[in-house]
Design a protein around this ligand. Structure first.
Ligand SMILES: [Zn+2]
Ligand SMILES: [Zn+2]
Ligand SMILES: [Zn+2]
Length: 195
C-alpha cells in the first residue's frame, strides 16, 4: 500500500502568473539516485505546459518526479534527512512517522576538515634543503611543490590530513579561510589560532 502524505501549499517560488496546479498529496519519502539520504516533500505542483511534477523538499531543494525514487518505508541502514523529517512531523504531515528510522543531520565545519587547511597554501615554514615545509596550521612536515602553472608559479605545501597539532578552531568560524601572518595563523575575524 502506498502511503501518501498531505502537502502544504507551494507558497514559495513562481513569481507572477502561476501556470501550474498545486498538488494535495505526495510520497512519504523521496530522493534522486544521486542523493545520499531520503527526503520529504513539503509541497508539489504540476506544470501546465509540460505536465512535469515537481516536489519541493522541506530542506530546500526540489526533485522532478521523473527523477524521483519514492518509498513508504526506508530500507534499514538508509539515512533520512533530519531537517525534512523533523519539519514534516513537526508540521503535522504525519503524527509520528515510521519507527526505527535513522535520522541524520551533519552540520558543516564542526569536525576537523578532512584535509588540513594548510594544504596547497603558502602557510608553511621552509625547512633546510627547501624540499619540505612545516605546516603552520598543523605543524606536520610535508613536501613543497611548485603549483599554479608556469606563469603564476608559487611554492605550496602538498595536500595532507590535519596533523595532531592542528590549531584549535575559532569559536565562531572554525577553520574557515585561515591566513598566516608572521608565522602565526589567523581567522578572518583576526582571532589568532594556536594549537
Ligand atoms: Zn531533506
Ligand atoms: Zn597542516
Ligand atoms: Zn573567527
Amino acid at each position: 500500500m502506498t502511503v501518501t502524505v498531505l502537502l502544504l501549499p507551494p507558497t514559495t517560488g513562481y513569481p507572477g502568473r502561476i501556470e501550474a496546479t498545486a498538488l494535495l498529496e505526495g510520497p512519504r519519502y523521496l530522493r534522486t539516485a544521486a542523493m545520499t539520504r531520503w527526503h520529504r516533500p513539503r509541497s508539489g505542483r504540476r506544470d501546465h505546459t509540460d505536465q512535469v511534477i515537481t516536489y519541493d523538499l522541506w530542506c530546500g531543494p526540489y526533485i522532478r518526479e521523473h527523477l524521483a525514487l519514492t518509498t513508504d518505508t526506508v530500507p534499514a541502514g538508509d539515512l533520512i534527512c533530519a531537517t525534512c523529517d523533523g519539519r514534516a512531523v513537526g508540521a503535522g504531515q504525519e503524527t509520528d512517522g515510521p519507527p526505527g528510522r535513522t535520522l541524520t543531520f551533519q552540520p558543516r565545519h564542526l569536525t576537523p576538515p578532512r584535509n588540513c587547511p594548510g594544504s596547497r597554501t603558502s602557510m608553511f615554514d621552509e625547512l633546510t634543503g627547501g624540499r619540505v615545509g612545516r605546516c603552520l596550521v598543523c605543524q606536520d612536515h610535508h613536501p613543497l611543490r611548485a603549483m599554479g602553472g608556469p606563469y603564476e608559479s608559487r611554492y605550496a605545501i602538498t595536500q595532507h590530513p590535519p596533523g595532531p597539532r592542528l590549531v584549535r578552531p575559532c569559536p565562531f568560524h572554525r577553520w574557515k579561510a585561515l591566513t598566516a601572518r608572521g608565522g602565526r595563523i589567523y581567522c578572518p575575524c583576526d582571532t589568532e589560532l594556536t594549537a
